[in-house]
Design a protein around this ligand. Structure first.
Ligand code: ADP
Ligand code: MG
Length: 316
């Protein structure tokens, strides 16, 4: 499942009509994409996807923003929030059915929002991962703990984001209680080996097409094992190894994502993929690396968007 890349030598498309699907035009990432589109001469607009409605028909799929019909777009850049995956991906799917090129397809965004599904897909292709276990029945708690090699362990809500719902259980007793409590609330969780040697740091690789265009190390604040910038983590530019580079590109490709934030942990058994994000934030990584990532994303669209460029056309 290699991301579709134009044959070398094909001209860059110019003067495109592009929609950024985002709820808030003031967000840094949205602004950065907007500026990059304008700088490169495209006609661009931010659309709040929650305000869209659509018709479900085989002949002439259409999409509207209030009374206005949205037509004539060459490409959409989905920036779908984690709490609106269901409706947001439906909007992206509708654009796909209309033949509009999305930077990330709806099916790939949906996949990336489910941590278990993502890890299964990555494991299937032999990508290195932290040892991970999953169960429905709370009685399986002790088996999950065994599989992951005992405490300390990380326990994660399947649909958490920004570090919320990621818990470090230092002892076996704590792990059992947390698993039982989450399962008692019907929450879906996965249990994972704690990569202690990562030292509260991870590596965010920003993949565009088949390249890592920027990488940064994120370090959790003192006493915090979670490195999320939203939790007070700090970032700095880092050199990644050729293996890390190829792991990140392969992980994005397995997920079917053209634009992805691939998070790696440096473990004793090599660098492992912890997570693949389909709407990676641009602020931290543009600031840490000084790279124009939004510009890279727009260049990728210019090279790859075409009337037939959508692989799934809304399928799946
Ligand atoms: P979220 O989607 O909420 O960001 P993550 O799975 O990325 O959830 O976990 C949040 C942070 O917790 C990571 O950035 C990393 O620093 C830390 N972390 C997650 N899993 C592990 C693990 N297995 N071992 C060590 N640290 C981890
Ligand atoms: Mg994360």
């Amino acid at each position: 499942m290699a991301p579709h890349t134009r044959a070398p030598g094909k001209p860059f498309l110019t003067n495109m009509k592009i929609a950024i699907l985002s709820r808030n035009r003031r967000l840094y990432s949205t602004q950065s994409l907007l500026n990059a589109c304008e700088k490169r001469g495209h006609d661009v607009r931010v659309i709040d996807y929650l305000k869209c409605h659509m018709n479900i028909t085989s002949h002439n799929p259409r999409i509207f923003l209030a009374d206005e019909e949205l037509s004539g777009y060459d490409a959409v850049i989905p920036r779908i929030g984690a709490s609106h995956t269901f409706f947001g991906t439906a909007v992206v799917r509708q654009f796909e059915m209309m033949g509009v090129y999305p930077t990330n397809e709806s099916v790939a965004i949906s996949r990336s929002r489910d941590k278990l599904r993502s890890l299964q897909l990555l494991a299937r292709k032999g990508i290195g991962l932290p040892v991970t276990a999953f169960a429905h029945d709370p009685k399986a708690a002790s088996s999950l703990i065994e599989i992951c090699g005992g405490a300390p362990l990380v326990i994660k809500l399947l649909e958490g984001t920004q570090g919320v719902g990621v818990v470090l259980a230092e002892t076996r007793k704590a792990a059992e209680s947390v698993i039982e409590a989450f399962r008692g609330l019907q929450a879906n969780i996965l249990v994972q080996e704690f990569i202690k040697e990562a030292g509260g740091a991870d590596i965010r690789c920003l993949v565009v097409g088949s390249k890592v265009v920027a990488a940064m190390k994120r370090q959790g604040k003192e006493g915090e094992f979670r490195s999320n910038l939203h939790r007070g983590g700090t970032s700095e530019v880092i050199r990644i190894t050729p293996e890390e580079r190829s792991t990140a590109v392969r992980a994005a490709s397995v997920m079917g994502l053209n634009v992805a934030g691939v998070d790696l942990l440096r473990s004793n058994h090599g660098s492992v993929v912890m997570e693949v994000n389909s709407s990676p934030g641009l602020e931290g990584i543009e600031a840490a690396t000084g790279k124009d990532i939004a510009g890279e994303i727009i260049k990728f669209i210019e090279q790859n968007a075409s009337a037939t460029g959508t692989r799934t056309k809304g399928k799946g």
